[in-house]
Design a protein around this ligand. Structure first.
Ligand SMILES: [Zn+2]
Length: 864
């Protein structure tokens, strides 16, 4: 709404606007409205025509489209008439406590209606809540500020303890960022998620425990500083509001709830690096409504501002950063600070020039990456004359903290300021400050005398600056690894991770085996190396004979997998090279996969295109699996194109493969060695709702008549080649002397698991799964699910079909097994299934019993 002034308001003058407006309170959408999902009657925010702000850049009358607000400070004098049963909370102090009662005053006025009178000074918004079922607790901070806590009475279990913790939160925030500048603070169960308004926060409250309320209470509470009192222009600089609030949340939650001295902000750094790698990062000072993606906005606003606060501590020292926050409060309380105000203040507090810092970290999306050469040293009388070269790989420039780790376990810290700073941060007396690094030089040589032999040097070992690649921050040598034994592989941002595992294996043909596994990983999923070896020394074997080199080599099983990112952005292009040998079968593959939708975008269907080559061969007689199927004894080489679109449970996949027996055994197109085939699969959920979720799947495929056995279509199971690729299935099936194990989760009937009429060169199949999810309480039964299944298929010889009941046990979801699942591909794929097909169409192909005989099958479920 635009109001034309009768005459201009000059500085220092005032005028009066009068406005009558009527409004119908809508059902709650997001943060505002009536009758919230939790049953709160009124969550009243953005409920009145609000004055736009006018600052040095003019009017800010942008329409609110869902992200941030910006408004002038003022005094609000608000009177609300409500039926007597309602308890209210709002911005400001209740002026007539003894008239409204309800925990504000001891008495209450007569009549059916209460007139609530709120008054608030130095605020830029007014919000209020009302409900007839609110419990009203109060508390007082050590500074004497009143806290009102309003929550629906049924949530007393989680909310009852809030009155003990809330004053501590406000006290801690006051200690770190300046006194809470308002006379009262209201924490109200209202709205949706969590949202800040002056003197009142709305948080959803049907959370299980007090603990689950505290994170959001601290966050919204910290907004009373960064939004409430320091009314920055969050429409243009959301990072000054959400970012500093996120920083304060991490600090207060860490110090107050977890007794941490120096809480880590690594999560924010990780989020920014991820956003940069996936390509949706945008500079911090992008206007809030202009971000291309929600993820880009939240990364810049929340993690970005948190990073600025943390990294300023790295540049000017943590003590001066803390002082800067307090000065910021002193100078800009109840004002509208801008980024330049922050910069000027940081320069005054530190005595350093910092325009370069704010410029490159808030206006640009520059890469920051420092690396270090190999360390060299000479022993002299004075100690160890050490030389090491540093290199700036990105466009961004930063001062450097460098740590030398010495032979006796002690450290020597070094600070290299940036020339633009015109000085250096205060450092402890045992540190050495070296000459400044000029902005224009990409390299810098450190020459230093060390008292002990240096083992290695590392740039910023505690990760206080955002560095794109922290693996290259350490001087070359054996120290860039963390090696663990019998532990899951972990992502370290500054070390390669190596894991050794030892495990026994058993194979009914080769006996007992012993394996060693070594895996390596680089951070953020860029590259991955996974190798493992298992040796079968033929212990306890009853029929394995070594007749030639192949037979001997078959005793050594190996898996080697290397995945590499090819594109500029992570997840766009990925190459996979693998060499596998297991139970007499070898397979070598090279695949390139293109993500056609950005892998981080969960709103769009995931579309991938994979192109690659596969070579496989059977190197010993009677190789895997030693019952039922026979694998082609030829080298089969094929090319393959796979296209897949998926979204949640919906999936469509098409595969084309071409090739056949290879050159050294030139029976190309001869009997049963071709790989020419085409197949389409689709899946979707038909009925959804409580206990009513049916998964429908169909598959159609056709190949040439002499399709190699491992490529043939199997009703109810993946093809043989895909079965073999599953560690879980091949491990279990190698125990087949003990039990009969099948692979499930193809399309079609499940009871036809053994070679015969259920495999062929073409397939037309469909299945329905009605998933039942019983709520088992005991932990051991939690992974148990059940379904009713029915499937039909033809693979060449009549119509196969079955129907029955299945029990699935998903070992992976057992909490107590997580540690082991993390280091074992076999356990990770272990979804065990017990099926009771009470009806089959062609009993003669299954077990010769009648159609309705009692049958059961035990198997491993694969991902479809
Ligand atoms: Zn926030």
């Amino acid at each position: 709404m635009k109001v034309k002034l009768d005459k201009a308001i000059l500085p220092g003058q005032s005028t009066v606007f009068e406005m009558n407006f009527r409004s119908q309170i809508p059902l709650q959408t997001r943060r505002s409205g009536r009758d919230s999902n939790e049953g709160v009657d009124f969550s009243m925010s953005q409920w009145y025509p609000k004055m736009a702000n006018y600052d040095q850049r003019g009017w800010y009358a942008r329409p609110y489209i869902g992200r941030e607000f910006y408004a002038p400070f003022g005094t609000f004098d608000v009177k609300i008439s409500m039926p007597k049963a309602y308890v209210l909370g709002g911005t400001g102090v209740v002026q007539n406590p003894d008239e409204v009662g309800h925990g504000y005053g001891a008495k209450q006025a007569f009549g059916d209606t209460l007139k609530w009178h709120f008054k608030a000074e130095n605020v830029h918004d007014f919000a209020w809540v009302a409900d007839t079922d609110y419990a009203h607790d109060t508390a007082i901070t050590s500074g004497g500020k009143k806290i009102h806590i309003l929550y629906l009475k049924q949530n007393v279990q989680a909310w009852g303890g809030m009155k003990e913790v809330a004053p501590k939160i406000l006290d801690k925030l006051s200690e770190l960022f300046g006194d809470y500048g308002y006379p009262q603070f209201t924490i109200a169960q209202a709205g949706d998620g969590g949202m800040e308004y002056p003197m009142i926060i709305f948080i959803t409250g049907s959370r299980g425990s007090l603990q689950s309320l505290l994170g959001v209470t601290i966050h919204e509470g910290a907004h009373e500083w960064f939004y409430g009192m320091m009314g920055s222009n969050e429409m243009d600089y959301a990072w000054m509001d959400e970012g500093f609030t996120s920083y304060a949340t991490t600090e207060v939650a860490g110090k107050l709830l977890r007794n941490q001295i120096d809480p880590s902000h690594a999560g924010a750094f990780g989020g920014i690096l991820m956003a940069r790698k996936y390509g949706f990062y945008e500079p911090l000072s992008t206007p809030s409504d202009w971000f291309a993606t929600n993820s880009g906005y939240s990364t810049a606003a929340y993690s970005g501002g948190q990073m600025i606060a943390e990294m300023l501590g790295y540049v000017i020292s943590p003590e001066l950063r803390d002082k800067w926050f307090l000065e910021y409060y002193k100078k800009f309380r109840f004002r509208h600070p801008e980024p330049h105000d922050l910069e000027l203040l940081a320069e005054k507090v530190s005595g350093l020039q910092l325009d370069w810092f704010f410029d490159q970290w808030t206006l640009r999306n520059w890469k920051n990456d420092y690396t270090i050469s190999k360390l060299s040293y000479n022993k002299t009388e004075k100690g160890y004359e050490t030389v090491i070269k540093l290199k700036r790989l990105g466009r961004a420039a930063m001062p450097i903290d460098l740590q030398f780790v010495l032979e006796d376990g002690s450290n020597q810290w070094v600070n290299i300021p940036l020339s633009e700073m015109m000085g250096h941060k205060p450092v402890p007396s045992e540190w050495k400050v070296l000459p400044a690094w000029g902005w224009t030089s990409p390299e810098y040589t450190v020459t230093i005398a060390l008292p002990q032999k240096p083992l290695y040097a590392e740039i910023d070992p505690f990760g206080l600056m955002l560095d794109e690649n922290r693996l290259n921050n350490i001087s070359k040598g054996k120290y860039a690894y963390v090696t663990k034994f019998m532990n899951p592989l972990q992502n370290y941002s500054n070390r390669y991770s190596r894991v050794w595992s030892l495990y026994p294996a058993y194979n009914s043909r080769m006996g007992i085996g012993f394996g060693a596994q070594i895996k390596g990983i680089a951070p953020f999923g860029d590259d991955l190396l996974n190798t493992q070896m298992t040796l079968y020394p033929i212990l306890g074997s009853y029929d394995y004979q070594i007749n030639n080199l192949s037979d001997a080599l078959a005793l050594l099983n190996y898996d080697f997998l290397y995945e590499k990112e090819l594109g500029e952005r992570v997840g766009d292009w990925r190459a996979k090279l693998s060499f596998d040998s297991d139970q007499g079968i070898v397979e070598d593959r090279l695949f390139v996969t293109r993500n056609l939708t950005p892998s981080w975008d969960r709103n769009k269907p995931k579309r991938i295109l994979s192109v690659g080559f596969t070579h496989n061969d059977r190197i010993i007689e009677n190789a895997y699996p030693n019952k039922g199927y026979i694998w082609s004894d030829k080298n089969v080489l094929s090319g393959m194109v796979l296209y897949r679109v998926s979204r949640g449970d919906k999936l469509i996949e098409a595969l084309v493969e071409f090739g056949g027996a290879s050159i050294d055994k030139p029976q190309f197109l001869s009997d049963y060695n071709s790989a020419n085939r085409f197949s389409v699969k689709a899946q979707r959920r038909l009925l959804t709702g409580k206990q009513k979720s049916v998964l429908a799947r169909v598959q159609a495929g056709i190949g040439v008549r002499n399709l190699a056995p491992q490529k043939r279509f199997i009703a109810g199971s993946p093809d043989l080649e895909n079965q073999w690729r599953s560690d879980a299935y091949r491990t279990l099936s190698s125990l087949s002397a003990i039990t009969e194990v099948k692979a499930f989760s193809g399309v079609g009937p499940v009871s036809y698991g053994i070679g015969g009429p259920n495999e062929g060169y073409y397939i037309l199949a469909g299945s329905l799964l009605w998933e039942l999810t019983p709520k088992f309480k005991p932990a051991l039964l939690a992974p148990l699910t059940a379904n009713v299944f029915a499937g039909m298929a033809t693979v060449g010889d009549g119509l196969l079909g079955d129907a029955g009941l299945a029990l699935n046990y998903n070992l992976v979801s057992l909490a107590s097994l997580q540690r082991w699942v993390g280091q074992s591909d076999v356990l990770a794929g272990m979804n065990l299934s017990l099926k009771f097909p009470f009806f089959v169409t062609m009993p003669r192909h299954v077990d010769g019993k009648n159609r309705f005989a009692f049958r059961y099958l035990f198997g491993v479920e694969h991902a479809f």
